[in-house]
Design a protein around this ligand. Structure first.
Ligand SMILES: NC(=O)c1ccc[n+]([C@@H]2O[C@H](COP(=O)([O-])OP(=O)(O)OC[C@H]3O[C@@H](n4cnc5c(N)ncnc54)[C@H](O)[C@@H]3O)[C@@H](O)[C@H]2O)c1
Length: 335
């Protein structure tokens, strides 16, 4: 029988790509989203890619009562919890809101999962839980540190809540830097607020929505002075969720925490150059001061995820940058 998977935040960037992957793998995704950072029009575009209707509940994940009364939890086989606020910079200004939305929603979902005996739970965590790591690449054994932002703190607290929750099966996925878009150019990163992530900012520069890109800091101790990150195509991140679910579905006790990245450290300047070369555009940039919450360099060792989930990234950074640019050009033409 087709398995029903609740996808909180399924109208968002990573959630929408995961909904598509779930359908392609024979699951029945059911979205819960309050569109606080997404556009309701994305549902029609997901349906266009999937060639089928997708059930969507416009609900807030911190409203336990409505979640319980509206969703047929007895028919749910798994939950993927993406819904959260995600801007590192914003989280300094809105710490309380971040704590309420990100932590409370996780607490509520854990209660529901326990109450209704839902088999599998996948949680969106982040490399921010490693703080400024002492060793690179980071493995899951690398000591987590005090995160450098309230956003990172929420992810660390949620991980601890899940680890002490006594739910049967969970997989915590610590994403590094998802970039790119679906090859159809029907879905991609589309925050309601000004983007904070690098690739959407590069795209806005390339298309002329902003005059130039400010790179925060060129005095880091890296090869060109700019920060180093591990960028991975969003579709590969999405696929990792499907692998995680399949891995848990037949288990009685399966608790995993896994890094999800491409395992390559790329500097901000290198990423911009790759974008320019592969998309044949010029990006105007200048250098600003270091940004609060940014760490110097981080990239992942993902061998555990590859071994445990029988997953590996299939797309390159170049694929991701081309898809991101195609999405930027198409998205304003979409209805
Ligand atoms: N994008 C990244 O670079 C990145 C990196 C590491 C971890 N993550 C985590 O992955 C998850 C998904 O990230 P994303 O980039 O897709 O973000 P996103 O903002 O695009 O998607 C999140 C979705 O959740 C919804 N949402 C937020 N709070 C909600 C609530 N209380 N109730 C219902 N819906 C709610 C938003 O409307 C949005 O559609 C988040 O938990 C984020 O912290 C993202």
């Amino acid at each position: 029988m087709t398995k029903n998977i609740i996808v909180t935040g399924g109208a968002g960037y990573i959630g929408s790509h995961t909904v598509v992957e779930l359908v392609e793998s024979g699951f029945n995704p059911i979205i819960i989203d309050n569109f606080s950072n997404s556009n309701p029009k994305i549902i029609a575009r997901i349906e266009k890619i999937c060639k089928q209707k997708i059930k969507i509940y416009n609900l807030n994940c911190v409203d336990e009562k409505k979640l319980i009364t509206n969703i047929p939890w007895n028919e749910v086989d798994g939950v993927i919890h993406f819904a959260a606020y995600k801007s590192v910079a914003d989280s300094f200004k809105k710490k309380q809101e971040y704590f309420l939305n990100n932590i409370e929603s996780t607490k509520i979902l854990l209660n529901i999962i326990k109450k209704f005996n839902v088999n599998s739970f996948v949680f969106s965590s982040s490399c921010t839980v490693y703080g400024n790591p002492d060793q690179l690449p980071v493995t899951e054994k690398t000591k987590t540190k005090t995160p450098s932002s309230p956003y990172g703190e929420t992810k660390k607290i949620c991980e601890e809540l899940i680890q002490s929750s006594e739910i049967t099966n969970y997989t915590i996925l610590r994403y590094f830097n998802p970039i790119g878009a679906h090859e159809s150019s029907l879905i991609g990163e589309e925050s309601k607020n000004t983007p904070n992530n690098l690739v959407p900012l590069i795209c806005e520069c390339a298309i002329g929505k902003r005059k130039n890109l400010t790179i925060y800091g060129n005095d880091y101790s890296t090869k060109d002075g700019t920060c180093i990150r591990d960028y991975i195509h969003v579709c590969d991140v999405a696929k990792a969720h499907v692998h995680a679910l399949k891995n848990m579905m037949n288990c009685n006790l399966n608790h995993k925490t896994l890094n999800i990245g491409l395992s390559k450290g790329i500097s901000v300047l290198e990423l911009i150059t790759l974008f320019e070369q592969n998309n044949n555009v010029n990006i105007n940039y200048d250098f600003g001061k270091r940004r609060e919450g940014d760490i110097e360099k981080i990239y992942a060792d993902c061998s555990l995820a590859k071994k445990e989930l029988k997953w590996k990234p299939k797309k390159t950074i170049t694929d991701a940058l081309i898809d991101a640019w195609n999405w930027e050009k198409e998205k304003n033409l979409l209805i």
